[in-house]
Design a protein around this ligand. Structure first.
Ligand code: GLC
Ligand code: CA
Length: 557
C-alpha cells in the first residue's frame, strides 16, 4: 500500500521498523558471564542498559540454539533448545522479558536452509533409504563413475555433495558437510519449520532474520540454487502459516538479491518479508578471481553507484536494509574508513552516511566503538571454518600464505568475531577466562568504557543518529538523490520530503577537499549532525576536512 502526500511523493504505509535501528549481537563474542571464554545469554542481559542508552529498539541475535558449533551455531541440532554454553530456555525467557521492559525486541536467526548433521531428522534420514525422514534432506545416486551427482560446490569450498557410506547415496550440503540441506519440496519439512517458528513467536520474539533464505527454492538437478521457481511461493506460505498475522520484523539474508528480486521479497503487497540484506555493495569490491581472499583497493565510485542504485530502485515500494558490517564481513572502519589515520572521524562519517539513507540501519556489535579488523599474523589464530577451509584450498591453488593472510586480515569472517571490547582490563572485560578467540590487542584504547565517557567518541555519535531517524520523517521517507557520482572521494546526497530537504556531504578520504556544490545542495538550514566543529554550512563551496561528514536540514521556499 502506498499513499500520496500533498506534494505527490509516494510514502509507503508506515511501519514501526521504518524508524528503528537494529543492533546485531554475535552471542559467542559479546559478553561472557561465567568465565568459560564464551559469550552467553546472561552476558547479553547484563548489557541491555548499554544498548538502551544507544537508542536500540531491536536486537538481532545470531543463533543461540543447540548445535555442535561446526559453523558457530549456524548448524542447528535442536531448534527448540538453547545451546548449553549460551544458557537455558529460562535464561532466554528472562532475556525477552528484560529486553521488553526496556522497549527492546529480540529478533532470532532462522537457519532453515540446512540443519546440523546431528539433528535427529538427519540422524534418522541417513539410516536407510526408506526411513520416514529420508526425504527431509536431498539425496542423489552417485554419478556413473561413482563420483558426485553434479558439480555443485559448497560455499566453504569443495563439492556440495558427500557420500553417505551406509546407503551409498550422496547428500547435499551447500555449506560444510556437517550442514545437510533440508528438502523444502517436502511439505512435511515446511510444516515442521512453521510449527517451530510459531513456537518461538508465541514466546514473544520480535521477528526473524532468515539465513540464506534465497536458497530454499533450489532445484539441484538443474544446478539452480537461488531464485528457484517456488522460492516466493514458500515465503508466502510461511507468511500465511506463521508471522503474517503478527506485527513482527522479518529480514531475509539474500546474497543473490537484485533490486528486482528485492521488490518481490519486500514489496508491500507481496506478503513475504519486511526487507532483505543485499550484498552488492560488499561483493563489487571483491577480486574477480580470488573473491574476497585477495585484497583490492577500495573504490568509492563503485560503492556509491551500488548504494544509489538500491535507493532509487526501492524508492516507492519495498524497503532497504542498511549495513556496513555483520558477523561474516570485515569491520566497517577497517574496510571503508581509515582505522589508522582517522579512526574516530572516519567511523562517524560512515555511520552518518549510512543512517541518513532510506531504509532500516543495522549496527554490528563493536561498530559503535570503532572496533577494527583482527591483526592475526598466523593461520593458527583463526577459528572460522570458512577461513580455515579456504586457506587449504587457496594455498593448494597457488596463492602464497602471506597473500592469503593479507586477504583474510582484510575480509575474513573472524575480523568481526573477536570479543567485544568492554574495558581496558584483561581480555577487554569480555571474560575472566580464556576467550575462545583472541581479543584484538587494541582494546586498551578501543573499548566501550572509555567510549561511553568521552563526549567526542564514536559511541556518542550513534545515539544522535538513532534519535534523528525517530524525529524527522524526511530521514525515514524522503526521496533520495545523489550528486557528484564521479567524484572519487566525496559522497553527497539529498533526501526530500514535501518542503523539507536534508543534504548530506561526506569526505571518504584523508585529503582536505575543496568542493563546488551543485545548486540543490546550496541550501540554508540548520546542522543536524557533524563530526567536526563547527558544523559546515552550505554556500556554493565547502572545504572538507579529512573524513568530514555533516547533514543540513532546510525548509525549501
Ligand atoms: C549465512 C550466515 C553465515 C553462515 C551461513 C551458513 O551466510 O550469515 O554465518 O555460515 O549462512 O549458515
Ligand atoms: Ca560463558
Amino acid at each position: 500500500m502506498a499513499q500520496a502526500t500533498a506534494s505527490g511523493n509516494l510514502v509507503s504505509a508506515s511501519r514501526w521498523w521504518h524508524r528503528s535501528t537494529i543492533y546485531q549481537i554475535y552471542p559467542r563474542s559479546f559478553a561472557d558471564s561465567n568465565g568459560d571464554g564464551i559469550g552467553d545469554i546472561d552476558g547479553i542481559i547484563s548489557k541491555l542498559e548499554y544498548l538502551k542508552a544507544l537508542g536500540i529498539e531491536i536486537i538481532w541475535l545470531s543463533p543461540i540454539y543447540a548445535s555442535p558449533m561446526d559453523d558457530n551455531g549456524y548448524d542447528i541440532s535442536n531448534y527448540q533448545e538453547i545451546a548449553p554454553e549460551f544458557g537455558t530456555l529460562a535464561d532466554f525467557n528472562r532475556l525477552i522479558a528484560e529486553a521488553k521492559s526496556r522497549g527492546i525486541g529480540i529478533v532470532l536467526d532462522l537457519v532453515v536452509n540446512h540443519t546440523s548433521d546431528e539433528h535427529p531428522w538427519f540422524i534418522e534420514a541417513r539410516k536407510s533409504i526408506d526411513n520416514p525422514y529420508r526425504d527431509f534432506y536431498i539425496w542423489r545416486k552417485p554419478a556413473e563413475d561413482g563420483g558426485s551427482p553434479n558439480t555443485l560446490t559448497s560455499s566453504f569450498g569443495g563439492p556440495a555433495w558427500t557420500l553417505d557410506l551406509r546407503t551409498g547415496e550422496y547428500y547435499l550440503h551447500l555449506f560444510s558437510r556437517r550442514q545437510p540441506d533440508l528438502n523444502w519440496e517436502n511439505a512435511k519439512v515446511r510444516a515442521k519449520i512453521y510449527q517451530m517458528m510459531n513456537w518461538w513467536l508465541e514466546r514473544g520474539i520480535a521477528g526473524f532474520r532468515m539465513d540464506v533464505i534465497d536458497y530454499i527454492g533450489k532445484q539441484v538437478d538443474q544446478s539452480i540454487i537461488t531464485d528457484g521457481p517456488h522460492l516466493h511461493d514458500y515465503l508466502q506460505e510461511m507468511h500465511r502459516e506463521t508471522f503474517g498475522s503478527r506485527d513482527v520484523l522479518t529480514i531475509g539474508e539474500t546474497w543473490s538479491a537484485t533490486p528486482g528480486s528485492a521488490l518481490l521479497y519486500s514489496g508491500a503487497d507481496r506478503h513475504e518479508l519486511s526487507m532483505v540484506f543485499q550484498f552488492e555493495h560488499v561483493t563489487q569490491q571483491w577480486d574477480e578471481i580470488y573473491g574476497k581472499w585477495r585484497s583490492r583497493p577500495f573504490d568509492l565510485i563503485k560503492l556509491k553507484s551500488v548504494l544509489s542504485k538500491w535507493q532509487y530502485a526501492l524508492a516507492e515500494d519495498g524497503w532497504n536494509s542498511l549495513f556496513w558490517g555483520n558477523h561474516d564481513l570485515p569491520r566497517a572502519v577497517s574496510k571503508y574508513g581509515d582505522a589508522r589515520g582517522y579512526p574516530v572521524e572516519s567511523a562517524k562519517m560512515l555511520a552518518t552516511v549510512l543512517h541518513l539513507l532510506k531504509g532500516t540501519p543495522f549496527v554490528y556489535q563493536g561498530e559503535e566503538i570503532g572496533m577494527t579488523n583482527a591483526p592475526f599474523a598466523k593461520i593458527e589464530q583463526y577459528r572460522d571454518i570458512e577461513t580455515l577451509n579456504m586457506h587449504r584450498l587457496h594455498l593448494d591453488a597457488g596463492l602464497s600464505p602471506e597473500d592469503f593472510i593479507k586477504g583474510a586480515n582484510e575480509n575474513g569472517r573472524d575480523n568481526a568475531r573477536t570479543p567485544m571490547q568492554w574495558t581496558p582490563e584483561a581480555n577487554a572485560g569480555f571474560t575472566t577466562g580464556i576467550p575462545w578467540i583472541e581479543v584484538n590487542e587494541n582494546y586498551t584504547v578501543i573499548n566501550a568504557e572509555r567510549a561511553v565517557s568521552d563526549e567526542h567518541s564514536i559511541w556518542n555519535h550513534y545515539p544522535k543518529l538513532i534519535a534523528l531517524r525517530k524525529e524527522h520523517a524526511v530521514i525515514v521517507y524522503g526521496r533520495y538523490q545523489s550528486y557528484l557520482d564521479q567524484h572519487p572521494d566525496v559522497f553527497t546526497y539529498t533526501r526530500t520530503l514535501d518542503r523539507k530537504r536534508l543534504a548530506v556531504v561526506a569526505n571518504f578520504s584523508a585529503k582536505t577537499i575543496s568542493l563546488d556544490l551543485p545548486g540543490e545542495l546550496q541550501i540554508a538550514g540548520r546542522c543536524l549532525i557533524s563530526n567536526y566543529r563547527p558544523c559546515d554550512r552550505l554556500p556554493d563551496k565547502v572545504d572538507l576536512q579529512p573524513y568530514e561528514a555533516f547533514a543540513i536540514l532546510a525548509v525549501l521556499d
